[in-house]
Write a protein that binds this ligand. Structure first.
Ligand SMILES: [Zn+2]
Ligand SMILES: [Zn+2]
Length: 156
């Protein structure tokens, strides 16, 4: 088989990626959080590029002061989210946890720290947050069709 054909096959078989594939991202984050709750870090399907780093958006169930979101960048999504769960990853998440506010992974973007800074600078995270306007449900009650349908703007 020629190299060209092998390359084409490799492209066709691109592994699913929570960050690159928007539809998968919207559905997959729920599943990923369930896995996170069960401590199964390999549950985050990321392509090779995104495994080198990904920008993530956390949505708080209710605002902390004026903050309703947290944007971060990590090379280790599962590990980073586990840190945030214990409040050791970032000061904001620590106080959010202390206030008893639930949060959820809402969205991922492929990209590096420049992308993270750009997203933070642009502000208004709510405008790109699939969960905004929706009261997040506890992990145990997650259904993969809920947030995806809302995020697509299709009436439930
Ligand atoms: Zn990717
Ligand atoms: Zn939000």
């Amino acid at each position: 088989m020629s190299t060209v054909r092998l390359t084409a096959l490799a492209k066709a078989a691109r592994p699913p990626c929570l960050a690159c594939d928007a539809a998968l991202s919207l559905m997959g984050c729920d599943a990923a959080l369930v896995m996170l709750a069960n401590r199964v870090p390999e549950a985050f399907p990321l392509c090779r590029a995104c495994r080198a780093g990904v920008v993530y958006l956390l949505h708080f169930a209710r605002p902390y002061k004026h903050a309703r979101h947290y944007i971060g960048w990590t090379r280790d999504l599962a590990g980073r989210l586990a840190q945030h769960e214990t409040g050791s990853g970032a000061r904001l998440l620590q106080v959010v946890n202390d206030a008893g506010i639930e949060w959820r992974l809402s969205r991922l973007w492929p990209g590096d720290r420049r992308r993270e800074r750009a997203l933070k600078r642009q502000g208004g995270a709510a405008r790109c947050c699939p969960l905004c306007g929706v009261r997040p449900r506890p992990i145990a009650g997650l259904r993969s069709d809920g947030p995806a349908r809302v995020a697509m703007g299709v009436p439930a």
